[in-house]
Design a protein around this ligand. Structure first.
Ligand SMILES: *Cc1c(COP(=O)(O)O)cnc(C)c1O
Length: 708
């Protein structure tokens, strides 16, 4: 039953059910079904079928129900949907039949599933969302725990002065596939939690992601005081005390919610340290059952896994001991330890003195830990060696599993058709097998190039239509219309750069020598243009300055409108950009980009990377599938920046631009297409979420599920 059922004609009744399971979003036939239902409305709702079915006219629905071809399509999709949900023949069940009744609980502060569910800010969230989707595809016994943020993450607006504005909108939940969890008698399901002397109620929302559920915690309930109701209002906002309360609620509250709902997880995976308080709760539970602290700790270690995601120190939450003490007063007794012992579990020497570090807590108490690329694993072992004073760096027990992307989510529809034609109709099922990608050799240049040009045109049209809409809405002045891409040239070599504006990503590096860049941009025969997008965290002043800097350059007549900044980066815009530009630029200060995933999405769609050898690219680059920036390392930032910038210009001037514009008589850049083909061939299997989740299962989950 869904709230839409009454409106929908009998013959296509289950469209509502389909809209309420995000499986549709990565299933081409299901997407096509909604698209065909009402294409203008599909575009206006940014591909949100729940909203679309609410707003669609009964006439259009009746027409669809009377259209035999549509109903045939509908029946086929529903058959596939039912098969997905009912089949027992999943990879996990076939590989580990003895583990199919177990449960893995996966905790993350944010989940990026679809733009209609704005509870993510960037890479970490998208990774969790992709992980959940793949867990469904592979049939893992998996449940996700996160937060429902009624105001989500902010929408970005950039006024003509270039200083980012952050707008929070109350999310209209009726327009999302999120539904409340209810008790058997239809009441709101609520769990009470003690926190720092207060009693807080948490309600739970559910999102269906294929075969699995995500449970989202929310404190915005009548029983709570206003201060507590605000707790889950927004993603990443508020002070340290708000933050520790959020983390207590996620970690400790999350375990209690699972228990109250009848889940008994056999293994816990913490995506980042935000949820590490769950370790304390798991120990408390076992002590309550009669174990000693040491016994409980040993048991909990067998069941728990922790993934760290950044080598940037500020990315690891730390709290003053007084805060931890305030919120855990008395809890240590229930764990069978003293106050000092509890504080010691997270105690770590920070630059400003000792504090309680969530990463350290997670490392000390979870049985398995990993970083998200080979290089990041190595950096993490160095960084956290002090947690194991008696061990050498190479003995530090942090392994690595390189990130990946959920292939069906990020592949362009047009590219999917091409893969189906040349790799085979079931290429998605074999996506993590490098052998099928060798068939890229059979794909004719003409078709690969033509598909890319179609996607490039689609991106251009999308950017224009967004700009036109905000011009119509009266939100933008002519300067803003100009900077948001109006003068982009559909034929020029287009570089894309879109990600969070954290300073270590060095978004403005390519502007280091503006005159040299201008020569490239304004070349009459071989022009280059750059499209930027991305949000800075609202409290990150240097990040906002970077945006302003680029925005002001984009405005400058000297650059001829060849630099665009498209506002309000989200998953929807991300898909267009990572399918439609020609080159994907990535300029982190090595080794701070633990993995990075946007370049993988571009690569899957045949867009070569121009990137620093950091994170995933240090593993992906093979000399023929894109370009590596720089190489030498300097201690001085200025020196490094100027060396790396010079390398970017040189690569563009000597290799990239000439190759792109070297056309034969039928106007196809054969050499360029060869790089496109090679990027798809060499990276797609290796950086798929399927390869990644299988590695987690085979390397970590199975061990934890077996309690070893
Ligand atoms: C993939 C993605 C990211 C992550 O990008 P990085 O390369 O890791 O910086 C961030 N935001 C959105 C919307 C994405 O799709």
């Amino acid at each position: 039953m869904t709230p839409l059922d009454d409106k929908i004609p009998e013959k296509i009744k289950r469209l509502g059910e389909l809209a309420y399971n995000l499986w549709w979003s990565w299933t081409p036939e299901a997407r096509e079904l909604f698209r065909r239902l009402d294409y203008p409305l599909w575009r206006r709702t940014k591909h949100n079928p729940v909203q679309m079915l609410q707003e669609i006219s009964p006439v259009a629905l009746a027409e669809a129900a009377n259209d035999a071809a549509f109903v045939r399509r509908y029946n086929k999709v529903m058959l596939k949907f039912d098969h997905m949900r009912n089949t027992d023949e999943t990879w996990f069940n076939q590989t580990y039949p003895e583990l199919k009744d177990k449960t893995i609980a996966y905790f993350s502060f944010e989940f990026g599933l679809h733009n209609s569910v704005p509870i993510y800010s960037g890479g970490l969230g998208i990774l969790s969302g992709d992980h959940a989707k793949e867990a469904s595809d592979l049939g893992l016994p998996f449940v996700g725990i996160g937060y429902m943020y009624p105001q989500g993450y902010f929408r970005q607006h950039i006024p003509s002065h270039g200083w980012q504005e952050a707008n929070y909108e109350q999310l209209d939940l009726s327009k999302t596939p999120i539904r409340p969890v209810l008790t058997e008698d239809g009441q709101l399901f609520k769990v009470g939690i003690h926190m720092g002397g207060r009693h807080i109620f948490v309600r739970v929302w559910r999102i269906e992601v294929g075969r699995i559920s995500l449970l989202l915690l929310d404190t915005d309930v009548d029983d709570n005081d206003p201060w507590d109701r605000e707790l889950s209002a927004r993603l990443y906002s508020g002070d340290t005390e708000m933050r520790i309360r959020q983390e207590i609620l996620l970690g400790l509250g999350g375990v209690r919610v699972l228990r109250a709902m009848g889940y008994n997880p056999d293994a816990y995976h913490m995506n980042e340290g935000h949820s590490a308080f769950l370790l304390l709760e798991c120990i408390r539970e076992k002590v309550a059952q009669g174990m000693s602290f040491e016994e409980a700790k040993a048991q909990v270690q067998k069941q728990t896994m922790f993934t760290t995601h950044t080598p940037v120190p500020a990315g690891h939450d730390t709290f003053g001991f007084h805060l931890v003490e305030q919120y855990f007063a008395g809890f240590w007794d229930q764990m069978g330890i003293s106050r000092e012992q509890l504080l010691g579990l997270g105690g770590h020497e920070e630059e400003w003195g000792m504090a309680f570090n969530m990463t350290v807590l997670a490392l000390r108490l979870s049985g398995q830990a990993n970083g998200v690329s080979k290089l990041h694993g190595k950096v993490s072992r160095e960084m956290w060696q002090p947690v194991w004073p008696s061990r050498t760096v190479s003995q530090v027990p942090i392994s690595s599993i390189t990130n990946g992307i959920h292939v069906p989510t990020w592949v362009a529809g047009e590219m999917n058709e091409l893969f189906t034609k040349y790799l085979g109709p079931n290429w998605v099922d074999k996506q993590d097998d490098p052998a099928i990608w060798q068939r890229m050799a059979d794909m004719p240049d003409e078709e690969l190039w033509q598909t890319h040009l179609d996607l490039k045109r689609k991106m251009n049209n999308y950017i224009r239509s967004r700009t036109r809409q905000s011009w119509i809405n009266g939100r933008n002045d002519p300067t803003q219309v100009l900077t948001s891409g109006t003068l982009l040239d559909p034929d020029a070599l287009t570089i894309g750069f879109a990600r969070r504006f954290a300073t270590y990503k060095r978004a403005s590096l390519i502007f280091r020598d503006v005159d040299r860049l201008c020569k490239l941009l304004l070349d009459i025969h071989r022009p280059v243009q750059i499209v930027f997008a991305g949000k800075a965290h609202p409290a990150d002043e240097p990040g906002k300055m970077l945006i302003q800097h680029i925005y002001n350059l984009a405005k400058h007549n000297k650059l001829g409108g060849r630099v665009a900044f498209v506002e309000d980066y989200d998953m929807h815009l991300a898909r267009y950009l990572k399918q439609g530009v020609d080159v994907w630029l990535n300029t982190p200060r090595r080794p701070r980009e633990a993995s990075g995933t946007s370049g993988m999405k571009a690569s899957l769609n045949g867009i070569p990377n121009l990137s620093i050898m950091d994170g995933w690219w240090a593993e992906g680059y093979n000399g023929a599938n894109g370009w590596a920036i720089g190489g030498a390392e300097f201690n001085d930032y200025e020196e490094q920046d100027s060396y790396d910038a010079n390398s970017i210009y040189q690569l563009l001037e000597e290799e990239i631009v000439p190759l792109y514009y070297k056309r034969d008589r039928d106007d196809i850049p054969r050499g360029w297409v060869e790089v496109m083909r090679e990027t798809i061939r060499s990276n797609s299997a290796m950086f798929s979420m399927r390869r990644m989740v299988k590695e987690y299962v085979n390397g970590m989950y199975v061990k934890a599920l077996n309690g070893r």
